[in-house]
Ligand binder design. Structure first.
Ligand code: CS2
Length: 404
């Protein structure tokens, strides 16, 4: 069996890459949780198989994971799988914050985890593991980021190279980092679902799934069914991040402020729906021409996905980690329009909804779930929250045009 080593075996991975790889056949996936043993313990009790509950299609038993290692328990085991010839692809869904980048996209060598790795030489983050593990590897390998970031592969490559440079590590093997666009709406598992399926590790997801990957593999890969291999993923990625995720983040903030709990409720509110549609319109005007023509159909399909009452996607799940997400879901769109001399009333409304959400969370004494949560709470409670919050994500220069 050929192996994929995957960092971050959470719900999204179990609904997306694991589902595709199970369908492809002939491969196993070994998972890596960086710290928490919970997913490993839960899945180990059931032989690492679990139920994927696909809306409108029913239950599917996914049996493709052979083991999950927990980095904090066995760092050496993780490193040796990175350097092993049997591992053909190394992939990751560690969420936006797992890359430890500054708002300008550089590896944040002063952030707690990275600084500590550099000081002690002990890996703890995806970046540290890759740098130390690749140093011992000889066979070519493809590293596949499956997180929602612009240029996710490029960002990961740069972070690993910076880490290697700072710690004088030499990576000798041939390695590529194709960029990829991933898509499948995957809510958190609820107790109701656990009860209905009898599977404590069940994962719910919508029927729709999409994966577009740059054709830049230097090692074998599974024959993933339905995956589009392209020369340049940027148009697909920008469309998805700016239209789907941009509208999603707006729904999360405006919807929570209006006391809704779920995406289908927020999108059912006529005022919120109108702004969400306008966000998709404004975003579509920033896309490369070849994909722009299809934007109307894409937006319509997105609305149908948001309207789906059976998915029960919680707004607060999407609201998390705004200081990472808002950047390329909304700020980049705003900048792209500005450079064309276009105003962005709906995108501005969305950015302001995020700031207002932070202000209200702080006022209610709730911790903001975000790697910069404490700083955000202070900024959002200050005299001029728009300036202070935008400053935190390197976008202070936009404050007056956004607040206009
Ligand atoms: C969501 C995404 O949680 C979020 O921030 O916007 O996870 C979204 O559901 C996926 O990107 C859909 O593919």
């Amino acid at each position: 069996m050929k192996r994929i080593l995957h960092f971050g075996p959470g719900n999204f991975f179990r609904a997306h890459m694991a589902d595709y790889t199970f369908d492809a056949g002939g491969w196993v996936i070994t998972g890596v949780s960086l710290r928490s043993p919970n997913i490993r313990d839960g899945l180990a009790r059931q032989g690492f198989a679990y139920t994927l509950v696909v809306q409108e299609r029913g239950e599917k038993r996914i049996d493709v994971i052979d083991n999950i290692l927990v980095g904090s328990e066995s760092p050496g085991g993780v490193l040796s799988l990175i350097s092993s010839d049997d591992t053909k692809v190394i992939s990751a869904t560690v969420t936006e914050k797992g890359y430890h980048l500054t708002p300008s996209g550089e590896l944040d060598v002063e952030s707690g985890v990275i600084a500590n790795e550099l000081k002690t030489g002990k890996p703890a983050s995806l970046i540290g593991y890759l740098a130390y593990g690749l140093a011992e590897r000889r066979a070519p390998v493809t590293i596949l980021s499956c997180d929602n970031r612009t240029g996710n592969g490029d960002a990961l490559r740069k972070a690993v190279e910076t880490f290697a440079e700072f710690s004088s590590i030499e990576i000798k093997c041939k390695v590529t980092f194709p960029n990829a666009m991933v898509d499948r709406i995957t809510p958190a598992t609820t107790d109701v679902l656990r009860h209905e399926t009898g599977d404590p590790m069940a994962v719910p997801c919508e029927a729709f799934r999409e994966w577009v990957i740059e054709d830049d593999f230097v090692s074998e890969r599974p024959n993933w069914p339905g995956v589009a291999f392209v020369d340049d993923v940027a148009p697909h990625e920008l469309r998805k991040l700016r239209m789907l995720n941009g509208a999603h983040s707006y729904l999360a903030y405006a919807g929570t402020l209006a006391n809704y709990d779920f995406v289908h409720e927020a999108i059912g509110d006529p005022k919120i729906r109108q702004v969400a549609c306008q966000i998709m319109d404004e975003a579509s005007e920033t896309l490369p021409a070849e994909i722009r023509e299809d934007a109307r159909r894409y937006a319509k399909a997105l609305l149908a996905r948001f309207d789906n009452k059976h998915v029960n996607h919680r707004l607060r799940q999407i609201a998390m980690d705004g200081s990472e997400k808002v950047q390329y879901r909304l700020i980049d769109t705003f900048r792209a329009r500005k450079s064309k001399g276009l105003e962005s009333p709906a995108i501005s409304t969305a950015i302001l909804a995020w700031i207002e959400f932070c202000t209200q969370e702080a006022a209610a004494g709730r911790a903001i779930e975000d790697p910069r949560g404490e700083d955000l709470a202070i900024a959002a409670s200050s005299k001029d929250p728009v300036v202070a919050v935008l400053e935190l994500i390197g976008a202070r220069d936009l404050a007056s045009s956004i607040a206009e």
